[in-house]
Design a protein around this ligand. Structure first.
Ligand code: EZ4
Ligand code: CO
Length: 406
């Protein structure tokens, strides 16, 4: 059949197999299709409407082969630039087009991106516990599964809702409320507890295991500096989201006080969110993701820029990014020189009923597989069985009731 890359259909699929996902499926005149993820946790329908009402009409008739031009069309052409909704919508288009182009070329996406730079993608898993002992068991389970890098989070004595710990025996999955759940937080209790936690993990597992920790934006810069300092002897792989980064200069203060490596950026949507952080070498890992930062096209730009300053990538890979996002991320991770690590939070079994994927995990590493495109497909019949369900992330308050960063 003669190649005809004109876009004839673009469909937005919203489905909730264990959690909500927004998927864009683009079909070309010669019958090929590509899919992209546009999921924005807790604000899913805003992206779906943005795509349906404002993006899809402009896609019909465009040449799917013109990926960069299409990116520019939706970024510059919209006049209103950046923002999480816009950039997730652009990402959905961009990843679908890269998927299509790689399928058309008959190669896995990483080949189209320049080929592999390494054997596989080192990933880190989440361990969590209601106590230090509980956490140690969770770490042990992940070590058994072959993980070489593990994020450790545990309940903090005296704090009802520490970040990163599941409810009851359920795994940690924060978007669980029909309305936002309210959590309570105490920074002083957390800061006193953290060295004890890390000490217990190092005592049991030694120093070969890479340990990561997520502060989830809850500290001020000076508190973050203190935490980094108090954890130096435990040799963390990174301290994540130590403080919010709207003010990029805030990281200078942390940097001046500690050699604990810093990672930030899972909520970033543009290269301009990390321009200073990278150029002034205030961070070590940039956590932007394919879905939330404008797709493969924009993530490649961020990664290349970061490479100039010795900053490596460590993309967000939570379950609120769909398997499509994970597939795309793994192709990018494999093909860029300054890859650092990839977050891996396995999806629920129900999610995997709707999304099939060529990527796989073994012995602490993932590989995107050799299927043409990014290797992830959506089963639309299965997707239709799981209608959208409104769910919010929690909000966080200090003990005196002040609204804080979740
Ligand atoms: O809490 O994606 O590092 N991972 C994280 C995530 C976030 C969720 C929020 O939706 O911080 O687990
Ligand atoms: Co995080």
């Amino acid at each position: 059949m003669k190649a005809d890359s004109r876009i004839v259909e673009a469909k937005v699929i919203v489905t909730c197999p264990a959690r909500n996902f927004v998927t864009l499926k683009i079909t070309t005149a010669d019958g090929l299709h590509g899919i992209g993820d546009g999921t924005l946790n807790g604000r899913e329908l805003a992206v779906a409407a943005y795509l349906r009402e404002h993006v899809v009409p402009c896609l019909i008739g465009r040449d799917a082969d013109r990926i960069e031009d299409t990116w520019q069309y939706f970024y510059r052409g919209a006049y209103w630039r950046r923002g999480p909704v816009t950039m997730a919508a652009i990402a959905a288009v961009d990843v679908a087009l890269w998927d299509l182009k790689a399928k058309r070329a008959g190669m896995p996406l990483y080949q189209l991106l320049g080929g592999r730079c390494r054997e596989g993608v080192t990933v880190y898993a989440h361990a969590g516990g209601h106590s230090i002992d509980d956490l140690l068991e969770s770490v042990a389970k992940h070590v058994e599964l072959g993980y070489k890098a593990i994020r450790v989070q545990a309940a903090v004595p005296g704090v009802p809702d520490a970040y990163g710990v599941g409810h009851g025996t359920k795994p940690y999955e924060p978007a669980d409320g029909d309305l936002p759940r309210e959590e309570t937080w105490s920074t002083p209790k957390y800061l006193r507890f953290m060295p004890k936690l890390m000490d217990a993990v190092r005592t049991r597992f030694g120093f070969d295991l890479a340990l990561l920790h997520d502060g989830h934006h809850r500290l001020t810069p000076i508190e973050a500096a203190g935490l980094g300092k108090s954890l130096e002897e435990y040799g963390l792989f990174w301290l994540e989201d130590a403080t919010p980064a709207e003010n990029q200069g805030a990281f200078r203060l942390i940097r001046q006080h500690t050699t604990t490596p810093l990672a930030v950026g899972e909520v970033f949507n543009s290269i301009f969110d990390c321009q200073r952080l990278i150029a002034e070498q205030l961070i070590d890992y940039i956590r932007a993701s394919v879905t939330h930062a404008g797709g493969i096209t924009h993530m490649r730009r961020i990664a290349s820029f970061a490479d100039l300053y010795g900053v490596r990538t460590g993309s967000h890979g939570a379950t609120d990014l769909s398997p499509v996002s994970m597939g795309a991320a793994l192709h990018l991770d494999l093909s860029i020189p300054n890859f650092g690590i990839q977050e891996h939070m396995p999806h629920a079994a129900l999610t995997e009923e709707v999304f099939t994927h060529a990527y796989s995990y073994a012995q602490g590493m993932m590989h995107p597989g050799e299927a043409p495109g990014h290797g992830v497909e959506i089963d639309e019949t299965a997707a239709a069985r799981f209608p959208y369900k409104r769910s919010y992330l929690p909000v966080c308050r200090l003990e005196d009731g002040t609204l804080h960063n979740w």
